[in-house]
Ligand binder design. Sequence first.
Ligand code: ATP
Length: 250
Amino acid sequence: MVKAERVRKRFGHLEVLKGIDLEVTPREVLCVIGPSGSGKSTFLRCVNHLEKIDAGRLWVDGQLVGYRQRGEVLHELKESEIAAQRRDIGMVFQRFNLFPHMTATQNVMEAPNRVKGLGRKDAESLARDLLGRVGLGDKADSYPAQLSGGQQQRVAIARALAMEPKLMLFDEPTSALDPELVGEVLDVMKQLALDGMTMLVVTHEMGFAREVGDTLAFVDDGAIVEIGPPRELIANPQHARTKAFLSKVL
Ligand SMILES: Nc1ncnc2c1ncn2[C@@H]1O[C@H](COP(=O)(O)OP(=O)(O)OP(=O)(O)O)[C@@H](O)[C@H]1O
């Protein structure tokens, strides 16, 4: 579903990704951990076409989306192909980014209605189903300001699901939440994983990574230091940098 080969990305003089090699197969949940500023969000943004890679090769959903070497563009998708692919990728951010003037239902039905051309009635019924699925059936007509952070994040997940994505990207989806609200969002993500969604999850939630992740990658300074089954990696890290990081977060 996602494959990266020696992916590099720089912002000016700052090299943020220094050769990422990674593969996420269909139905896999790959969790990414690592210190602040190590390049985790940047990698997700490359997968979601919010940034272009500077070097290496990147495939999303079997399509080569970027291939660059020494600054030379060897392959790039057209804007229309990028737009089509982005419709198949759901992304959930740390901040929920809901439209404040729309109810939960309106937030969720907006994209299927506007982007996919689904009729208003069908889009609304889809939205209400999805809100039920994330445990918010009774909040369908509430505005974001009337919802807790955990509820808003669940609306954001429902909104991403409304486009029937093939891949879900999560960028620290619980970091902005009060601790008591984290569990309700992780439960929804866990259910998604059980339903077979392919997920790439940047998270600080080690319990989630251990329990739900199929694979865990530790990223530091723009590179994958260690990757493997979460329980093994957590119990028996092979690299001093992984050990040092885990000793701080566990
Ligand atoms: N658009 C940008 N322009 C310039 N620098 C950027 C840009 N986006 C990210 N950076 C820098 O790239 C580095 C990596 O950022 P990134 O957000 O990918 O890290 P991260 O591992 O996700 O960190 P965090 O856990 O704090 O979110 C940081 O030094 C950041 O300041």
